[in-house]
Design a protein around this ligand. Sequence first.
Ligand code: URA
Length: 368
Amino acid sequence: MALPPSPTAGVRDDDPAMSAQPIDDLSAELFQITAALRARLDWMRHGGVDGCPVPVQRPARSAQPQARSGPVADLPRSGAKAPQRPASVHPNAPVEPTWSAPSPDDPAALARAAVEQTSRMAARSQTAAPRSPVRSEAASTATTESPSGIVYPELASLPSGADGLRIIREVIGDCRRCNLCHGRNQLVFGEGHPEPWLAFIGEGPGADEDRTGLPFVGAAGDLLSKMIKAMGEHAHKLGFAELGTRLSREQVYIANVVKCRPPGNRTPEADEIAACGGFVRAQLAVLRPRVIVALGRTPTQFLLQNAAPLGRLRGQFGSWQGVPVMPTYHPAYLLRTPSAKGQVWDDLKLVILKLAELANLMPSGPSA
Ligand code: URA
């Protein structure tokens, strides 16, 4: 079937038909196009994704993430189901956004939102000033660590710990910011101690996490639980008793770069990381962990903003906002490649020594 000719087909810059169009008409058309683009930007900013409705505003419910309690022995093991947590402490309890979208009939509100969006995009391209290891990153809307990441001004100046986490969860709401919303069953916010010494950041939820709303509860999660337990035991063996108590699944925090399961467990796309990355950055800012372990390539490249292969980055500390980051292999990779377990254990032992050093449990200096 013949396609209709493009409206601009055959038109050249020097075409008299072009120059004959009055300038006023052109600027009116340009104005309309700009207004339409602004309205679309604003719609996307408020959660609009093609094919996904903007979330309906409902009264907010409280969802205060809490550390789990109970012995490490209660944690899921291979083949075992994740233990049931009381609904009231589920970190994924849905909370609606606290902002309300301007009506599409209100051009002034749309214009204001478009201006806000533009200033946010401009802020993103600026260079953040060097900051102290006190992680108030969320207070800065300008960041170089994720040039393509969206910065959410609602996450500026958050309180630390559980209160900050609760606000981040509220801002995420019933998220429709990227296409991952289409396939998810549950959004996986993160779980653990709100003031941990150590945080683990993975890539994104898998099938078990999508079903339960909790991070790392599948086979890879079982292995991660064992790794954390082994770290605690090793710290005790080295004589770092207090550190040992901080290294249990309940005492660390675990989250992912993206909060919704990518279809078929594929690697998250750049735009999905850009839409979601601001939330894990805000989580880390309020958690203030002393050390971060990046599990796999995606969180490593995201946190360190370094595209080098994981094999080259693992085993040595990088830095996120002044916090030491240890990149290492993902537990799912270890399940496929058990021969890499020794390298990961070496990396985790360096993390233990770094934590001991930061807690003044041992003299600082190059750690073995
Ligand atoms: N893999 C991840 O990266 N995160 C999870 O939560 C589970 C598996």
